[in-house]
Design a protein around this ligand. Structure first.
Ligand code: MN
Ligand code: MN
Length: 464
């Protein structure tokens, strides 16, 4: 065989992953970078699930989406949205085909790891006022100290009225921080493991130090904080009992690298999939099948609760759509397909030992497709069938979407789940598709702009 023949045989037979920059035209790269700018703006305005819902609904409404009315009959091309308790949203565009042929679902989550406030959070100690927190989702606790934080959420007052809280995001706003021990006095702390060096009960948020004037009680700094909160929000300490307040990193999404090819931000997991999934549905015009993007809550704590995907809200929504055609929900679900749009780990050259190099995702190699997630012996996953994987693979290749294989690390190293298993429980074909992330679950995560774009393209062609 000549050298050329061997080369062409190699090309024909061997699987080689290409880089997005080798494949994408300059025009497409420009599109990807423009899309990334809109994503950054979204990130800065949607740091929590409630804010994510508000952003997505407001954009959907601008583009002609109307609030879904249960029991109403919709026709092809209609665009609707359904909000579940302000924390999850389904966008839906009615297709030309009958629902008996199934719907196409992109399911992503809009909650991210963070520090929730405890229900009675405020205390004074050592001349400082602090909030007790309870971390939400899987975090490496030490990463959350000495990070500027903002506070988001709602408080429900004794009279039933609700106040929205958002402090630390606007220019000039005060911010908050969890302190850490100085190295000079950390000899004992540094002997501990990373997991135990900073404990859950150590994640106390510093919120004040100035005493209330004219009061020498032992809680005068706390009193001053309560007075400020009362003046601004009309709330008392008891109102914290009926509140959901979330402390999240205060910094903005920024470009990373001299070449600006990446974005660093809080909450890429899973806004980096939720945003393109929402955009793909918002931009879907007269799709063949009925398409829906489900932007859900509570994935980071196992999808439990009535705003997570273990709840029946998506099923009930589809049941209602089905009824309008005289069908049962299960008749629609069993023909439906879902891209479980969630992030995966990106290969990090500083920590190569946790990855199987031939079975993991890399930055700039496109949107990652994972046959399964889970841990140990594939526990806690929906292991997608070869047939459905093959169908998705063909769809992506036929439409020139740059994609790569993803998997969450070496077999015995660890693992994690997504909503895929809960959608699969409904008798739907599901595969995990999403963007690879560096420093996943850290206060500041990193993704690639071209991967973000390829995720959008994947959801767009799925909805075509
Ligand atoms: Mn996720
Ligand atoms: Mn996660």
């Amino acid at each position: 065989m000549t050298e050329d023949e061997i080369k062409s045989l190699e090309e024909k037979l061997m699987f080689k992953q290409k880089n997005t920059y080798e494949i994408m035209s300059d025009g497409e790269i420009k599109k990807a970078y423009d899309f990334a700018e809109k994503y950054k703006t979204f990130m800065n305005n949607a740091k929590t699930e409630r804010e994510g819902v508000r952003q997505i609904v407001s954009e959907a409404r601008e583009k002609g989406f109307k609030e879904y009315e249960f029991g109403k009959k919709y026709s092809s091309g209609d665009k609707v949205y359904f909000v579940n308790r302000e924390k999850a949203v389904i966008l839906c565009v009615i297709g030309k085909k009958s629902l008996s042929e199934g719907v196409k679902i992109c399911a992503a989550h809009i909650d991210s790891p963070r520090l929730d406030l405890k229900q009675n959070p405020l205390y004074q100690d050592g001349g400082l006022a602090l909030f007790k927190t309870h971390y939400y989702g899987g975090i490496k606790k030490y990463q959350w100290t000495t990070v500027p934080m903002s506070l988001h959420g709602v408080m429900v007052k004794r009279d039933g009225t609700k106040v929205n809280v958002n402090i630390g995001e606007d220019d000039g706003d005060p911010e908050f921080v969890v302190t850490d021990l100085l190295p000079h006095l950390a000899q004992e702390q540094e002997k501990k493991s990373l997991a135990s060096g900073v404990k859950g009960e150590d994640l106390n948020l510093l919120v004040g130090s100035r005493p209330f004037k004219g009061d020498d009680s032992s809680e005068n700094i706390k009193l001053n904080i309560l007075n400020l909160l009362f003046e601004k929000y009309g709330v008392t300490e008891e109102d914290f009992l009926s509140s959901e307040l979330e402390a999240v990193p205060a910094f903005k999404a920024v470009d990373i690298g001299f070449d600006r090819s990446m974005i660093g931000a809080y909450g890429h997991d899973d806004n980096v999939d939720a945003y393109p999934a929402a955009q793909a549905c918002i931009n879907a015009e007269n799709p063949e099948y009925t398409v829906m993007s489900v932007l859900t809550d509570k994935e980071e704590i196992g999808s439990m609760g009535n705003t997570g995907l273990r709840s029946s809200y998506m099923k009930y929504f589809i049941n209602d759509l089905a009824k309008s055609e005289g069908l049962e929900g299960w008749q629609v679900l069993r023909k439906s397909e879902c891209l479980s749009a969630d992030v995966t780990a990106a290969y990090d050259p500083t920590y190569p030992e946790v990855m199987d190099k031939n079975n993991c995702a890399y930055l700039n190699k496109g949107v990652a497709v994972m046959k399964y997630t889970g841990a140990r012996g594939k526990s806690g996953t929906s292991d997608c069938s070869a047939e459905f994987f093959g169908k998705v693979r063909n769809m992506l290749d036929d439409n020139n979407v740059v994609w790569q294989l993803g998997a969450l690390g070496k077999v015995d190293v660890g693992g994690g789940g997504t909503v895929a298993q809960f959608v699969a429980d409904l008798d739907v074909d599901v595969v995990d598709v999403g963007v690879a992330v560096l420093s996943m679950h850290a206060p500041f995560e990193v993704i690639s702009k071209t991967d973000l774009w390829q995720a959008y393209r994947a959801f767009e062609v799925f909805f075509k």
